[in-house]
Design a protein around this ligand. Structure first.
Ligand code: GLA
Length: 384
């Protein structure tokens, strides 16, 4: 078992025992690139997670061992003590962000491992941030409230990893609930749990196994496009602070004052926000075909208007349609990674077989297929 191996590694590294925690990766049914625009998203935590064993060590130095990289980082907790290893920046960042919020964090020993596929769009980094935020907050009695733990993870990305992400991934990782999706208002952080009742359908992820690392931080460029449009709208409607506050009419008013590309990006976002509403209603009515239709529409928008897909993932979405999936779309930040597919149980085997065959024939690469179970968020596994 993963937690037993983790414990064995902890004993080997530090000759003692610690408390064990876990925090998961996430899926997002709909509402992509909407979080940093203040709209609703519909994520859920999954049964793939980061596992951590940790204890305070009574010094002012921290020692953290990554089982998967087989590397150990040692660092202090002042701003100037940033460790060398890129993976350790996340741990350091989380500790720093907790300290900035008044947490009295001292040295700790930690070992972590995980089974969240990397680069697949399942938010392995949010899982890592959330497990450390949750554990350090408990171990050092920082008293930081749960929503702020998600913000700690998000700010770690902004300040220590250089990605200006939204709040969705960390929120899902901290607040996940078994068999439920989270309908999260990313503007106010109000949320409600929505039962993930799929009836005769299943969610399946198909991993393209490609990750196009592009120069020029395309994620941040998308965000900037949205911000420029908000600025233009706010000149006439000062109450509009994020795209989620804008109507179609407001968007049209500024069409001639913003660039064609920025306008196109913004139309995707406003349309996507509407789709989240439609999907929530359809889920309530048990209309899974309607959910699926919206997923395809999202894919079109992400591919053609927001331009965050790629040839491989477009192909996976087209194959899904060909083999009868009710819905399929690229998931997460984009430029590779997974599609999320809604597939009828009886066509599942055929779907998986055919899509894998076609993808391999075209790209010479076997896709990975993950069944998704919706699980609880950050939690303690064992106090040692
Ligand atoms: C990444 C970011 C999230 C969100 C998604 C797109 O996963 O970390 O904040 O913006 O992309 O929906």
């Amino acid at each position: 078992m993963i937690t037993e191996k983790l414990h064995a590694a902890f004993v080997q590294q530090f000759g003692a025992s610690g408390a064990q925690y876990t925090s998961p990766g996430r899926i997002n049914l709909i509402g992509e690139h909407v979080d940093y625009n203040g709209g609703y998203v519909l994520p859920g935590a999954i049964d793939k997670a980061i596992f951590l064993e940790i204890r305070p060590n009574g010094t002012n130095k921290s020692r953290v061992f990554s089982q998967d990289y087989n590397e150990r980082a040692e660092f202090g907790l002042n701003e100037t003590d940033k460790p060398q290893q890129p993976w350790a920046h996340y741990v350091f960042g989380v500790a720093r962000e907790l300290i900035k919020r008044g947490g009295k964090i001292e040295g700790f020993d930690a070992v972590f491992t995980g089974n969240v596929p990397l680069g697949a769009g399942l938010s392995s980094s949010a899982a890592l941030e959330s497990v450390f935020a949750f554990a350090l907050n408990e171990l050092f009695a920082c008293g930081v409230e749960k929503k702020q733990l998600a913000v700690v993870g998000q700010m770690t990305e902004h300040h220590y990893a250089g990605v200006k992400c939204g709040i969705m991934d960390q929120f899902a990782s901290v607040f996940g609930k078994k068999n439920h999706l989270i309908r999260l208002n990313c503007d106010t952080l109000e949320y409600e749990y929505v039962p993930c009742e799929l009836g005769n359908y299943r969610l399946v992820l198909v991993d393209s196994c490609v990750k196009h690392t592009l120069v020029d931080s395309p994620y941040d460029r998308r965000r900037e496009s949205c911000e420029r449009v908000v600025k233009a709208i706010a000149q006439r409607h000062p109450q509009v602070k994020v795209l989620a506050h804008a109507t179609w009419d407001m968007l049209k008013e500024v069409q001639s004052t913003v660039s064609e590309v920025d306008y196109r990006r913004a139309t995707f976002v406003v349309g996507e926000i509407k789709r989240v509403e439609k999907v929530c209603a359809a889920l309530k009515n048990g209309d899974l075909e309607e959910v699926g239709k919206n997923m395809y529409a999202t894919h079109q928008g992400l591919s053609k208007d927001y331009e965050v897909s790629c040839e491989e993932v477009d192909f996976l979405s087209e194959c899904a349609q060909k083999y009868g999936a009710a819905g399929a779309r690229i998931m997460g930040g984009g430029f590779g990674g997974c599609t999320i597919n809604l597939v009828k149980s009886e066509s599942y085997d055929n779907f998986v077989e055919k899509i894998a065959k076609d993808y391999t024939a075209k790209f010479g690469l076997a896709p990975k297929v993950y069944d998704v179970k919706i699980e609880d968020g950050a939690r303690v596994i064992a106090d040692k």
